[in-house]
Design a protein around this ligand. Structure first.
Ligand code: GFB
Length: 309
């Protein structure tokens, strides 16, 4: 990928998209097209077609599509599924039609079966039923992977997919009900400190384990994959660091400086008991995360403090 290549990051304002843009700029890529104000509604076929006809990007990072945590997935399964399906169909088709040299589709670790052997290898996709709390979103994301594969097989295009671990960082949604766990806990624990509350409710038992990846590290891996990975099979992007939700809450409590109690609300769902990726393929390409987990959490908290209203 030439430093002056025309690159489009679809989903420029999303957690992942914004991080990819920062990373591309950091690495000296200068010709980024379709910045957030120019972005069409990617769920609208006519607008996506017109966008590609006008911009004619050479490389596309597909990070658009609505997402959310376990709460959002339970409340809006139809919205999440439909939006992601439409975005994938329109962007992947237009990318093929307008001759994009390479497209990287960002899927999700919820594409793996609920009872998948851990750590989860790319070959385990579609070997068992999905976790019910995010089934609709998972079906949409696995469809994106399959669509890239189908276009690749039929039209010979270089469209690849990557599967990130649970992502967190600046530009995430920090709402109480809909966000992913890291953002939700930062918001909740910070709010409890500010209001002098004696305890904070953490959903579920606190025992599920998740592998978290900082958005800046994920973006670095995405640029490497765009440059060097060319295969029908998707590739996992994990940090290699997993911890329980209870341990995560404790760490955020320390970073925020909250002295109250963490209480576990067992009426709320746990989701998958364990979700850890096998990132051997990526590691064999020489990739390792740059940021320590604690420092990534601190950076995310700093960003939250700057933008919160
Ligand atoms: O990040 P999260 O919503 O997603 O939740 P998943 C992870 C774990 O944190 C679950 C617990 O066990 C939750 O019960 N948790 C505790 C909380 N307190 C909270 C809270 O206040 N908010 C949230 N959100 N969780 C996601 C999918 O599943 O995985 C997404 O829902 C996406 O669509 C992502 O695919 C990768 O890891 O369970």
């Amino acid at each position: 990928m030439d430093k002056r290549a025309k690159i489009c990051v679809a989903g420029a304002d999303t957690l992942i998209g914004a991080a990819i843009i920062r990373e591309l700029k950091r690495q000296g890529y200068t010709n980024l097209v379709g910045k957030s104000i120019e972005e069409p509604q990617f769920a609208d076929a006519a607008l996506v077609n017109a966008f590609f006809a006008q911009m004619v990007p050479e490389y596309v990072f597909l990070a658009a599509g609505k997402s959310g945590g376990i709460g959002a997935n339970q409340r809006y399964p139809a919205e999440l599924m439909l939006n992601n399906l439409l975005v994938e169909c329109h962007v992947i088709h237009s990318a093929c039609y307008y001759g994009v040299k390479k497209l990287l589709f960002l899927a999700s670790s919820c594409c793996y079966p609920r009872d998948c052997p851990q750590p989860m290898k790319e070959d385990s996709l579609l070997t068992g039923p999905f976790e019910p709390t995010n089934q609709a979103y998972a079906v949409a994301k696995i469809t994106g992977i399959k669509l890239c594969q189908a276009y690749r097989l039929q039209y010979g295009v270089n469209f690849v997919s990557a599967i990130p671990a649970n992502v967190f960082g600046p530009n995430d949604d920090f709402s109480l009900q809909d966000s992913h766990v890291v953002s939700a806990l930062i918001r909740k624990i910070h709010g409890a400190k500010e209001q002098g509350l004696e305890f904070v409710d953490i959903w579920g038992t606190g025992t599920p384990r998740r592998e978290f990846i900082f958005s800046d590290d994920l973006a670095d891996a995405c640029v490497l994959i765009m440059r060097e990975y060319d295969d029908l099979k998707p590739i996992n992007i994990g940090s290699g660091l997993d911890l329980s939700i209870g341990e995560l809450a404790q760490l955020i409590k320390e970073i925020v400086g909250y002295s109250g109690e963490l209480r576990f609300d067992r009426s709320k769902p746990d989701g998958m008991p364990l979700k850890i990726l096998d990132s051997s393929k990526l590691n064999e390409m020489g990739w390792r995360p740059r940021t320590s987990f604690r420092s990534a959490l601190s950076k995310t908290y700093d960003w939250f403090l700057q933008v919160q209203t």
